[in-house]
Design a binder for this molecule. Structure first.
Ligand code: 5GP
Length: 188
């Protein structure tokens, strides 16, 4: 497809499809059914983690019947040189209170678990009625802290993925599939 060629990798980088857009859509539709069944007809407040979870949240919301609202939060990891220190900080807070609400935290990928552990702690302190977590992707091999999601789209191997919201240096978020990124001769 012309669009895919135009958004393909830059020199020194290549992408290989891991999860096609149709597989992703089918899985999200199934997740939405599961989530709606668990929450019955109660209102659901989706909290998306910027920027990676934007596409996942947008698709999930469209598959969820009933009352759905949404808000966004952003975090970044403190870095020590090129290596992340494991400490997370909030760079954009929610616009509205979540007290007493059914909150579904929507994240793109669960890797070491540090980001999710931090976010769950922060949101839990705000006394939501229920707090649940949905992640599109999970790399269980990489876990450093004992956290898990209530709803997981796909478990994937320990490879760096891009597309469907996930970036490498702010590129590739617009790819419709989730793909494995390979850097040629650059190291990672
Ligand atoms: P954690 O705190 O669980 O180690 O990392 C979560 C965050 O790391 C994700 O929200 C995402 O921003 C980033 N991340 C982890 N693995 C990948 C990956 O394979 N590809 C991309 N693009 N980002 C990743």
């Amino acid at each position: 497809m012309a669009i895919r060629k135009k958004t393909a990798a830059v020199p020194g980088e290549s992408v290989r499809v891991l999860l096609s857009r149709s597989r992703i859509q089918k899985r999200i539709a199934a997740l939405a059914r599961e989530i709606r069944a668990d929450f019955q007809d109660e209102p659901l407040h989706l909290v998306g983690v910027l920027k990676g979870a934007v596409f996942f949240l947008a698709d999930l919301a469209r598959y969820l019947p009933g009352k759905v609202s949404m808000d966004f939060i952003a975090v970044s990891s403190y870095a020590n040189g090129t290596k992340t220190s494991g400490q997370v900080r909030l760079t954009k807070d929610l616009d509205t209170s979540i007290e007493g609400r059914n909150v579904l935290l929507v994240e793109d990928i669960l890797d070491t678990g540090l980001t999710l552990q931090y976010l769950v702690r922060v949101l839990d302190q705000r006394r939501p009625k229920r707090l649940r977590v949905a992640v599109l992707l999970d790399k269980p091999e990489r876990r450093e802290v004992p956290v898990s999601a209530d709803y997981t789209g796909f478990k994937i191997p320990n490879e760096f993925v891009v597309g469907y919201g996930l970036d490498y240096a702010e590129r590739y978020r617009n790819l419709p599939d989730v793909s494995v990124l390979t850097l040629h001769g650059k190291g990672k």
